[in-house]
Design a binder for this molecule. Structure first.
Ligand code: HEC
Ligand code: HEC
Length: 362
């Protein structure tokens, strides 16, 4: 008869533990809902972008952009207060992954620095125009890595993995490699909110789901689009020094002024990883395309295809973090090179400038 109370005790214990965990989960969910209700401080670029698209909670939504570009208003279902905040947070994440501009108190939940290792990456570095790049009169740009167009394509065939990947998984890939970090859970607010923002972008510029738009993806430059002189390290290093180093630093380590990332790192520990599609050694057409269209900032379009490929090649030879595919040996090697190369290169360059009387002044 002593067996019964023991059994009862066991069952009670299990019920108590499970019940406790359930209450804790409820509590966490309530906390999360509470946080979602807090109004959002927008980064300056997000403020401009979302104001330009007249984002507001209302029964119907009409985009000033569509009106401007097509001459006619189109009216679609509007957004709730909750939707608006999700879209705003999503924009902040894209523009300010590290939470430098919107990092305050409870809002910490919506910056992603816990998911990225480096201190320089933000989605908008590569998805320019806060994921929605346009020229001065509002035309969207071919191959500008647009997040709105990416969302409109929903489940896209990904030629690198051979899979159909939804927008959420594509974001995850970018957390892991392009941002050298860890992937958030698919249901994490970070992913949800960026999806809300991307979806809003596609509505604001009137993209239709399922279509393919030319602004999706990067405008790639294959070797066949050059004068076929081969990709050259020496030429790349030279053009880099002349056209890029003033902002991104002589070794691509970026420029920080007063704790703020002025120009992001293109190599070294703060940069994207070996597995990023931006790394020329991983995909040799994407980085040259990015450079030719978007850099040097303020003089976009001034480099030719050959130069962009040369620079891409040169950048891929600089040490950077290993990706998730390489394993611990490569990771350790890259770590070593990232530690010893910058001082060695600086030393070699200081010798060079002393010994060569005809060194070009720069
Ligand atoms: C270092 C540059 C870089 C950073 C930083 C970066 N991305 Fe990307 N992203 C890319 C490249 C390159 C592609 C692939 C483009 C292609 O396949 O043509 C891509 C693709 C994507 C796609 C799929 C788009 C498509 O149409 O193929 C999504 C969604 C995405 N990124 C979201 C994000 C998010 C969210 C962040 C921030 C957490 C981010 N990216 C950070 C470079 C970057
Ligand atoms: C006037 C300063 C300036 C110059 C010159 C410049 N860049 Fe940039 N670059 C930036 C800024 C700022 C960003 C961040 C994105 C933005 O604001 O457009 C950036 C972003 C980038 C990125 C994406 C960065 C990432 O997060 O990994 C690459 C790649 C890049 N630049 C390559 C180059 C190359 C190659 C050159 C030379 C041909 C160059 N840049 C010249 C300012 C500059």
């Amino acid at each position: 008869m002593a067996a019964l109370p023991a059994k009862l005790l066991k069952v009670t214990l299990i019920v108590l533990v499970l019940g406790g965990m359930y209450l804790l989960a409820l509590n966490k969910h309530a906390e999360r809902d509470q946080l979602r209700k807090i109004s959002v401080d927008l980064t300056p670029s997000c403020k401009e972008k979302l104001q330009g698209y007249a984002l507001a909670a209302a029964e119907h939504y009409r985009s000033p952009y569509v009106r401007k570009m097509s001459g006619a208003w189109s009216t679609i279902r509007g957004y709730s207060e909750d939707d608006v905040r999700a879209i705003q947070r999503g924009c902040n994440i894209v523009d300010d992954l590290q939470g430098n501009l919107a990092n305050s108190g409870a809002r910490e939940r919506w910056n992603a620095d816990r998911f990225v290792r480096g201190t320089h990456t933000t989605c908008a570095n590569c998805h320019q125009g806060v994921g929605d790049k346009q020229d001065a009169v509002g035309n969207r740009l071919v191959g500008s890595n647009s997040l709105g167009a990416s969302w409109a394509m929903a489940d896209m065939y990904d030629r690198f993995t051979g899979l159909l990947l939804p927008h959420e998984l594509r974001q995850m890939q970018c957390y892991i490699n392009s941002s050298n970090g860890f992937k958030p859970n698919a249901a994490d607010d970070l992913i949800r909110d960026v999806t809300a923002y991307s979806r809003f972008l596609s509505a604001a510029v009137d993209l239709k789901i399922g279509n393919r738009y030319p602004e999706q993806g990067m405008d790639e430059i294959p070797a066949s689009a050059t004068r076929r002189r081969g990709d050259d390290y020496v030429r790349g290093a030279q053009v880099y020094r002349e056209r890029c180093a003033s902002c991104h630093g002589p070794q691509g380590l970026g420029t920080i002024v007063q704790g703020r990332v002025l120009y992001p790192a293109l190599a070294g520990p703060q940069s994207f990883s070996l597995d990023s599609r931006m790394n020329f050694a991983a995909v040799n057409t994407i980085m040259p395309g990015f450079i030719c269209r978007n850099m040097p900032l303020g003089q976009e379009g001034s480099l030719d295809n050959q130069e962009c490929r040369d620079i891409g090649y040169y950048l891929s030879t600089l040490p950077r973090p290993a990706g998730d595919k390489q394993g611990p040996l490569v990771a350790a090697w890259q770590q070593l090179m990232m530690t010893v190369m910058p001082p060695l290169t600086r030393y070699a360059e200081s010798l060079g400038s002393k010994d060569t009387p005809h060194a070009p002044a720069d």
